[in-house]
Design a binder for this molecule. Structure first.
Ligand code: FES
Ligand code: FES
Length: 1009
């Protein structure tokens, strides 16, 4: 049918099918700011303004929009300089999102800005609560909403004509946006006018920082530079994998298993293949039988090889049965219905304890299975870990008290708003191009080569902008589907998960059951500490060993005991990682450590309370300190030889001091009067703490590379294999290069990553990018700087060359080592200078021409841990069990903070994700292995109006193993929120919940006894 649409003020006559969603129509018309995050109207990423009001286009039929006006983000402002053309610039809302650090992956940003535009059109002076309400329809998995909310308040003030302080020297909004009549790019809500007097603007986007003295003289590192990709993201530019158009694109769909465990007795695809518009249907019989691991890790994969692209056996509800490529998604879906499969059902193992029984059905009986370390498929064992440090039994014998308890943590989802998505095609050189939303482009290329029967050199993997990953995209999860179909058809193929596929077929966090046993002296000294973890890897063993290994390696490393045990700690960590017929677990931000700190920190709280110790002092008395060995570094290294590592920096004590002051610990802890709410006897307040540590990269394994070249105008191209998931790593890497080269960040054009053009990088995981890839960038920039100094010295000496042979007034000869780079200049010690653009121009066009460039790579022998103190304040309704988390304060020692805006965004977003782990998120399966949670309605992640108050404090230490003193920041906020909330609930009302999430039902049951 033909209809007329009015989009951004422009009339468009288009042909649509009756069932077309407005989302699909707008994207097909090139409005790529409209994003797909689900199909059920829950995430809000697809929002546009329809007659000025936000609507979710995925659940809105295009046919219903005839005669209505649609506005997308493309109607707002744009980059102010377009060559000779000048535009009105970014809208204040867009600019405020850039300046406030409100963007991480940017996938939700267009919808957030439109929702804000609608609010400000109705209410020029909104309160924070009103802003939160307005943004509540748009889920963000990255930010914790603090900065987006502040960005809206900031732009509201600007639009009212008020002065706001610059966050980073950013320019005020162009006056055109402040005219009462406004401009009308699309009409409606996108035009905003000045309003009434402002409420006081409280801008809280910057964290509190105790700055390391070493960083005080730096120009770029340590500054809240706006993200290098922010301007494109606030315009909704087509930066993501799915925003890619290619002629003849086919759409892929996968038939998923309805059974938890079954053999495919027969499969008939003749009807599906015969359907018009279907180009390929593939089953296990069509593909080479190549066993591999889907875990995106360095070679050799530290885990078993136990997966095929397609197999004759299915091992969980959601496992793959067949692939289809067709002209449209609808045809592909119809084709799936025509595939006839006869299954032979096998008994399923749905529980991790059952999996280890001798009579348990065997999930992996394929002869191609390749063991790693202690995996044993005959026992459904994907990995087994046994680590003994010191003499644990004698430590227990020394103890005055032994505390033993059991804990459990659930399976949870990364829930990035951009689903997994990949596009593959043959290029003109018969090389297979895979454009994919991945954290590990180089691992994708290496791991897929044998699966596709292509040499590595004939595969190119491009990583565009990623809409969040959180470990979920550290998996070679769907790239093979599109690639096989491209090989089968010769045509480009796109495969994008639906939200339901994310829940039934993607990876998740390993659920675990954990036993703790701790020996303690009367004075509070821990004499021995032991953990046994039973971990569920689901149907495949991706990340089985390494995730569960981390559970002990980080969480059990924190408490070594006080002297004499501090010098010789007694720690045991044993684990079994078992296969079950449930969707595979995998990497999820935190990588096993949140599973460890829930039991460790709940256990420490219990011990402190039972023995009457101060919760903070007891922990600090026994906690690891600078100058001591990371105890696990002497005993375990993911199946490789351990290398003892000394902790050089630890700011934990200062984190506790600052965190407890920020939350008012001394006034609240143990204060019965504070716990009570006047007039509301059914409400009780509580406060809790958890101390945590993480790692920074994987020593002797993780490697990152970088190259940098100088251009004619003194700008630089920085190429890195590192992968920015929205974390801001492109920005901090550019900051480090800019610091070394003495130029503004704007002069460093960064590109990441493409296996053809950028150097290798292991990818974005293990909190390693700023540390590992950053050190590589520094090395590359130093190489380039060396060449710049040589040329600058020559240029300065030539310019000052004496006219006569012996001139007593001639300036002294400048040596390269004397040159200082700053402010786009190369300075001699006497103040003479030559500009970067003169150097760049000279190097390429005039004398001794050369390409000034540098390359660098870095592999670290150490993994310096960040430390943190996490505080939580809650209110519990003791009649219903409902828990409200009121406040989260996290004080973190992540070394030097390269960018306070992006780093605090990481902490806020991480605390928010782990708040879900604490109180609401959980994936549950029925007796047939079918998932209960299949959408973002049943799987609740926090919305803007549900958030507690978030406070981030950085306590900088200078880590000597890195040129800028950094440690990791990305994962540590995942570790402490759940136990701190659990401890706060205990403090409030005595409810002892040992299995998170702490749902109202569990609290209520605990209170009722
Ligand atoms: S609400 Fe439309 S894509 Fe999620
Ligand atoms: S920035 Fe909101 S989903 Fe990533």
């Amino acid at each position: 049918m033909q209809i007329n649409l009015k989009v951004n003020g422009e009339e468009r006559a288009i042909n649509i099918a009756a069932g077309d969603s407005l989302l699909r129509t707008l994207r097909s018309l090139g409005y790529f700011s409209v994003k797909h995050g689900c199909e059920t109207g829950e995430c809000g990423a697809c929002a546009v303004l329809l007659d000025g009001k936000p609507v979710n286009t995925c659940v809105h039929l295009t046919a219903q929009t005839e005669g209505h006006s649609i506005e997308t983000l493309e109607a707002l402002g744009e980059h102010p300089e377009q060559g000779w053309k000048r535009t009105e610039g970014l809208h204040p809302l867009q600019q405020a999102f850039v300046d406030s650090g409100a963007i991480q992956c940017g996938y939700c940003t267009p919808a957030q800005i439109l929702a804000a535009a609608d609010l400000l059109a109705r209410n020029p002076s909104p309160s924070e609560a009103e802003v939160r309400e307005a943004l509540s329809g748009v889920l963000c998995r990255c930010t914790g909403y603090l900065k987006p909310v502040q960005a809206v308040l900031r732009s509201a003030a600007i639009l009212r004509g008020e002065q706001v302080d610059p966050i980073n020297g950013s320019l005020p909004a162009p006056s055109v946006w402040l005219e009462p009549s406004g401009v009308e790019p699309g009409g409606g809500a996108l035009t905003t006018s000045p309003g009434s007097a402002a409420p006081e603007l409280e801008l809280r986007v910057m964290p509190q920082i105790q700055v390391a003295p070493e960083s005080e003289a730096w120009q770029r590192v340590g500054k809240p530079e706006p993200k290098v990709d922010a301007v494109k993201l606030v315009q909704g530019k087509p930066a993501f994998t799915a925003d890619f158009e290619r002629r003849g694109l086919l759409h892929a769909k996968v038939l998923h298993s309805p059974h938890a465990h079954a053999l495919i007795k027969s499969i008939d695809v003749s009807k599906a293949r015969a359907l018009e518009g279907v180009e390929a249907v593939l089953t296990w019989q069509d593909l080479p039988r190549v066993i591999y691991s889907t875990a995106g890790q360095s070679d050799p994969i530290p885990g078993p090889l136990d997966a095929f692209s397609l197999d004759k056996k299915v091992r969980f509800v959601g496992d793959r049965v067949a692939f289809v490529a067709a002209e449209t998604e609808e045809i592909a879906e119809r084709a799936l219905e025509l595939v006839e499969v006869e299954y032979e059902l096998l008994p399923a193992v749905l529980d991790m304890e059952t999996a280890l029984r001798e009579d348990a059905p065997r999930i992996h009986d394929e002869p191609e299975y390749v063991d790693f370390a202690d995996s044993d498929p005959s026992r459904n064992l994907a990995a087994h870990i046994a680590i003994d440090i010191g003499d644990v039994e004698s430590g227990f014998a020394d103890a005055d008290f032994i505390f033993e308890e059991q804990y459990a943590v659930p399976k949870v989802q990364q829930a990035h708003i951009e689903p997994h998505v990949v596009v593959s095609y043959w290029d003109e050189n018969d090389r297979l191009v895979i454009r994919t939303s991945t954290q590990v482009p180089f691992h994708v290329r290496r791991q897929l080569a044998p699966v596709l029967d292509l040499p590595i050199k004939r595969i190119r993997v491009i990583k565009p902008r990623i809409g969040g990953g959180f470990g979920g995209k550290q998996e070679v999860l769907i790239e093979d589907v599109a690639a096989h179909l491209t090989i089968a058809t010769g045509r480009p193929v796109i495969y994008e998960y639906t939200r339901e596929e994310e829940f039934i077929a993607a990876r998740s966090r390993h659920p675990m059951r954990v036993r703790m046993k701790t020996g303690v002296k009367k004075d509070g000294t821990i004499t021995a500490n032991a953990m046994y973890a039973l971990s569920d890897t689901g149907a495949y063993g991706c990340h089985a060993l390494t995730v569960t290994g981390n559970t002990g390696h980080k969480a059990m490393a924190l408490y070594v005991g006080d002297s004499p045990y501090r010098e010789k700690p007694n720690i045991r960590f044993y684990a079994d990682v078992v296969y079950t017929n449930t969707p595979p677990s995998g990497a999820y931000r935190g990588y096993g450590v949140p599973q460890g700190f829930w039991p460790v920190e709940r256990h420490m709280e219990m011990i402190a309370r039972e023995l009457g110790f101060d919760a903070l002092e007891f922990r600090l008395k026994n906690a690891l300190r600078a100058g001591e060995l990371q105890p696990f570094s002497t005993a375990w290294s993911e199946g490789r030889a351990p290398q003892p590592e000394t902790i050089e920096t630890c700011g934990l004590e200062e984190c506790v001091r600052q965190g407890k002051a920020a939350i008012g610990w001394d006034q609240k802890y143990g204060n019965e009067a504070w716990r009570q709410m006047p007039g509301k006897p059914y409400l009780r307040k509580g406060i809790g703490v958890a101390m945590v540590m993480q790692g920074t990269a994987i020593p002797y394994l993780d490697m990152g590379g970088a190259s940098i070249k100088m251009n004619d105008d003194g700008s630089f191209n920085l190429l890195v294999g590192a992968t920015d998931l929205g974390t801001g790593s492109d920005t901090v890497l550019a900051q480090m290069a800019a610091e070394v080269l003495g130029v503004p960040v704007d002069d460093v054009v960064i590109y990441s990553s493409d296996t053809d053009f950028t150097p290798f990088d292991k990818g974005a995981y293990a909190s390693s990018t700023t540390y590992i890839s950053g050190a590589a960038v520094v090395r590359a920039a130093e190489h380039a700087a060396e060449r710049i100094r040589v040329r600058a010295a020559r240029m300065l000496n030539e310019r000052s060359a004496p006219k006569v042979k012996v001139d007593p007034h001639a300036p002294p000869e400048v040596k390269p080592d004397d040159i200082h780079l700053a402010d786009r200049q190369a300075y001699a010690p006497d103040g003479r200078s030559v500009t970067m653009s003169e150097i760049g121009h000279d190097s390429l066009h005039y004398a001794n021409q050369e390409q000034i460039m540098g390359i660098g790579s870095y592999m670290s022998p150490v993994a310096p841990p960040p430390f943190a103190a996490q505080f939580a304040e809650v209110t519990v309704d003791v009649e219903t069990g409902a828990v409200t988390v009121d406040k989260l304060v996290m004080a973190v020692d992540s070394g030097v903070i390269v960018n306070p805006l992006t780093a605090s965004g990481q902490i806020e977003g991480g605390m928010t994700q782990s708040l879900g782990y604490a109180v609401s998120e959980e994936m549950v399966y029925d007796e047939k292995g079918r998932a209960r949670e299949r959408d973002l309605y049943d799987y609740h992640i926090f919305r803007a109006h549900e958030m507690p108050d978030l406070t981030t404090i950085f306590v900088e230490t200078f880590e000597p193993s890195h040129p800028f003193g950094v440690k990791a920041v990305a994962e540590i906020p995942m570790d402490g929120v759940a136990p701190a909330v659990g401890n706060a609930i205990l403090d409030a009302c005595g409810a002892q919940i040992r299995e998170n999430p702490t749902t109202p039902e569990k609290v209520w049951r605990a209170l009722k006894g």
